[in-house]
Design a protein around this ligand. Structure first.
Ligand SMILES: NC(=O)c1ccc[n+]([C@@H]2O[C@H](COP(=O)([O-])OP(=O)(O)OC[C@H]3O[C@@H](n4cnc5c(N)ncnc54)[C@H](OP(=O)(O)O)[C@@H]3O)[C@@H](O)[C@H]2O)c1
Length: 168
């Protein structure tokens, strides 16, 4: 099973607003930007595959993303959502074990900061959209050593460039 991080990261490393407030926050979830093409790339890449996310990221989305198995990580064992089609696990490893049992070909870790930080040493691949600009926010992508990763593909789009990394 291929474990893949997918993220969009501003030039200064910011991935989310955190407690910074923005007037259009509802529209954008907790993301400090809105780039339709980047959303399209995320959707095309993840469609049909399980997506694993932290509880805060799921709350920012507000509902499950369609046509993907939505898996939420929370320490809150009493957590309940009014959606049938999500799975909740109380650790990232339990979520990975569940996906292994299901024999999924690949799974995507879609954030946020806490979950990326815990997953980055366990994933085999990363697909990172590096945005051309700095963003305001309090949530960051974890630092990683570029020497441990090989860039296997790059694709420059307007306002961002997508990097496909494989662990060396
Ligand atoms: N730019 C991007 O690509 C991107 C992608 C996704 C998200 N984001 C942004 O990232 C931000 C959210 O990131 P975040 O770091 O604040 O939160 P997060 O990683 O989405 O979620 C954190 C929550 O996950 C649960 N959790 C974390 N570690 C756990 C563990 N070891 N065991 C069990 N549960 C665990 C806890 O939930 P409980 O509190 O319920 O226990 C914790 O509060 C948002 O602003 C979002 O928009 C950006």
């Amino acid at each position: 099973m291929r474990k893949i991080i997918i993220s969009a990261v501003a030039k200064n490393g910011v991935i989310g607003l955190g407690s910074v407030t923005k007037p259009d926050r509802k529209k954008n979830g907790d993301l400090p930007w809105h780039i339709s093409e980047e959303f399209r790339h995320f959707k095309q890449t993840t469609l049909g595959y399980p997506i694993i996310m932290g509880r805060k990221s799921f709350d920012a989305l507000g509902k499950p993303l369609p046509k993907r198995e939505n898996i939420v990580i929370s320490r809150n064992r009493g957590l309940v959502y009014p959606f049938n089609d999500i799975k909740i696990f109380n650790s990232l490893n339990k979520a990975f074990e569940y996906c292994e049992e299901k024999q999924y070909e690949k799974i995507f870790v879609i954030g946020g900061g806490q979950i990326y930080a815990q997953a980055i040493n366990q994933v085999d691949e990363m697909i990172i959209s590096k945005l051309d600009f700095d963003a305001e926010g309090e949530v960051f992508f974890p630092a990683f050593d570029e020497h441990e990763w090989e860039i296997v593909k790059r694709d420059k789009r307007e306002q961002f460039e997508i990097f496909w990394y494989k662990r060396k």
